[in-house]
Unconditional design. Structure first.
Length: 250
């Protein structure tokens, strides 16, 4: 991982890993190479051990694009497949590698370390690293081979549009889940009507659960589409949250 930031998270690391592949497949087409570089600078976030499969699949698709005649390959499908896979793969990878394997292996290492044995850190790191390295190596290989095997068939049978639609639906579902779970905006406002106390947050939840996070996210998305800088949006969110919390709206 060469860089990480809050705006696009692992995008530069993904691009760094894809760069040698893009340089190879687009060595005779600078325009397509520039487009591919830009394409893989989009937001990306996934468990590192699961990422090589997605990279292998993207590499296969980029190779197909390089070999295709102009206009015969929809490059949006690359971004859609990448976006639709990173969420589910992150869930699987985080649960297995970070939530299960890491705890078990370091628990084994800890039992040896408590006895003063040098095997403690060796076992902890080794038992965790071996499955991770295997997943990285074979994941990339499997992703690339799967792409070569199935993408040609999908295009020949005209099924790629359906795959793109399915990938778009999954991608939107992943983003929707992230909005609901990672944008915790609630309001403490209450009103009294006819002797009955009405909690505004309960009313909003009865209409659409997570309505405030959704409205906030859509508003920020619209501003991004208007080329408002991320720094300005971040500063605006901080100031708005501070002011609205002081006056009791949030």
């Amino acid at each position: 991982m060469c860089s990480w930031n809050y705006e696009r998270q692992m995008h530069m690391g993904f691009m760094y890993g894809m760069a040698p592949i893009l340089n190879k497949v687009y060595k005779n087409d600078e325009e397509k190479k520039r487009e591919a570089y830009t394409r893989h600078m989009a937001f990306f976030n996934c468990t590192p051990q699961m990422t090589p499969f997605i990279m292998g699949l993207c590499a296969s698709m980029e190779e197909q694009n390089a070999q295709a005649e102009e206009g015969n390959f929809n490059t949006e499908s690359i971004s859609m497949i990448k976006t639709s896979l990173m969420g589910p793969f992150a869930g699987i990878g985080d649960s297995f590698f970070q939530g299960t394997l890491r705890i078990i292996t370091f628990g084994i290492g800890l039992s040896f370390a408590k006895q003063g044995s040098i095997l403690g850190p060796i076992l902890a790191v080794g038992l965790f690293a071996i499955p991770s390295i295997l997943a990285v190596f074979y994941g990339g290989k499997l992703g690339y081979e799967s792409g070569n095997k199935y993408l040609t068939k999908l295009y020949q049978e005209g099924l790629m549009d359906r795959v793109m639609q399915f990938a778009s639906i999954i991608g939107l579902a992943v983003v929707g889940g992230m909005v609901a779970s990672m944008v915790p905006i609630v309001t403490p406002l209450k009103f009294t009507t006819g002797g009955t106390e009405l909690v505004l947050q309960d009313l909003l939840d009865s209409i659409i659960p997570g309505l405030l996070p959704l409205v906030c996210t859509l508003g920020i998305y619209k501003l991004i589409k208007k080329n408002v800088s991320t720094n300005m949006l971040l500063l605006g969110c901080i100031l708005a949250g501070f002011v609205l919390s002081i006056i009791g709206i949030l």
